[in-house]
Every structure is written in structure tokens, then in C-alpha cells.
Write a protein that binds this ligand. Sequence first.
Ligand code: ADP
Length: 270
Amino acid sequence: GGPSVIQAEVRALSDGSVFVVVADESAAARVEAIRRDFIANVSHELKTPIGSISLLAEAVMDGSDEPEMVRKFAGKMVRESTRLGALVTELIALSRLQGGETQLDHSVVEVDSVIGDVLNRTATIAEAAGVDVSVGGTEGLLITGDRTLLVTALTNLVDNAIHYSPAATPVSISRVSREGGVEISVTDRGTGIAAAHQERVFERFFRADPARSRNTGGTGLGLAIVKHVAANHGGEVTLFSRVGIGSTFTLKLPSTSGSPDAVTHKPVTR
Ligand code: ADP
């Protein structure tokens, strides 16, 4: 955290006694600073693609009669709009998760079917990047949770593993049962993350390498979403990484007996 702001005030009463009021405003001030920061970040993140789109549209309007150029600009506009759409979708998902508005579905979920969905969703980018995604560990594990959110979280991890790895290096997903829970990890042999950045990558909009993240169409929200999905399940996400060697992100989720009877109740909503 940042420096503490301690405010002290000396007050004198009419009877001549004096007392000192000390207030630690650090927590409230920090929350306010984070909120302001977040809004500034969101504005910036939204304005950048909007700015590009309008510049490109103007260039087209100003009448290049070269169909080649028009097509190229239109292609860029499509990419920027896609980014904008993804950003808005993720912002909404994140704000719901944070505000506790997301009603978590507590069903028995087959880990392998989550992984299957994630493999389908990432197949195109994996193929384009020439990255082979393999699956190892224990088959047939069950957890209690929200299937859609778990697919989203794991997709974000696999997406990153592919994006931040050179072509032809493998990515592996592993699922194991541990301490009454299930751990799903995603390992890459990519760029790795410096120790100084390892905590920060879970912050909204933090990017270790902004240029690279934008090139891959990254929103900077993927890991923040993973962190909140894990937390909402009573679990956590951990990171082990070495620069130049690779990274392992592990989603640790509390398990269930696997009996549907244990999970028929709906979670208490906040
Ligand atoms: P982004 O949209 O930028 O990928 P994320 O929240 O998913 O946003 O990730 C935040 C940052 O963490 C990334 O910009 C990148 O610097 C770093 N990062 C995430 N995953 C990996 C990985 N597997 N290998 C290396 N760096 C990663």
C-alpha cells in the first residue's frame, strides 16, 4: 500500500483542557485514489480505439479512391471496434463480479468439460499462433461452481499463455485434486513475468508490456477477472513465473463431495 496519511488535530476546550484527535485517513483516501485512477484508465482505454476509428473514418471520407486503402482502413476499423466491444463486455463482467451482483451458479461442474470448452474457444488463436495446447493430470474431477465463469477465467489464462509465448512453444493445462479442492494450472514457456510485476498483473489495466498487450488485442482486464472469479468461488489464483522461462497460473478452487445433493441450495445473495 501507499504511505499512510495520519491527520492530527489539536482541540482546546473552554475549560482549558486540550486534546488531540488523530484520524487515520489512509484507507479511505486509498480507496478514493483507486476509484479515480480506475475512471481515468477506463476513459483512456475507451478513447483510444474510438479516436482511431474516427481518424480512419475521416481518412476514408476524405476520399481515397484507392480501393486497396479503403479496404485496409475498414479492416483496421473492424479490429478497433472488436477491441472496443471486448473491453466493454469485460468491464461489465468485472464490475458485476466486484459489486457482488453476479449470482454465482453453484452446480456440480465437470472440470474436463470446462477444459473442453476452453480448448474449443482458443483453438483458432492457438492454431494461428502455432501453439499446441495439451491437457494433463487427473481425469474426471468435479467442482461446485459457476460453469460459465469458470470457462471465462480459464479461457483468459489460456489466451494469455498463447499470446505471451513464441510460436511453437507448448502450453499445457493440468488439473489435479489437492487439499480437498481442485487446482487447474496453465503453464507456458513464454516471456515470463518479472518478480516486481507478479502481484500487479492482477490489477485492472496493468500490463507489463503495454505495446505487446495492445498488439494482441488485450484489454488489460483478463487477470483481474480471473482473480475475482476465483475469489467468488472461495478460491484464489496464484502465479509462478521466471523471466525468459515461462509462467504457471494456478486456479485453486474448493471442491465438493461431488454429490448433487450437497449443492441443491442456491448461494446466499448479497
Ligand atoms: P492483457 O489483456 O494485457 O493480456 P491481462 O490482465 O490478461 O491483460 O494480463 C495483464 C498483463 O500480465 C499482460 O499485459 C502481460 O504483461 C502479463 N501477462 C499475463 N499473462 C501472461 C503470461 N502468460 N506470460 C507473460 N505475461 C503475462
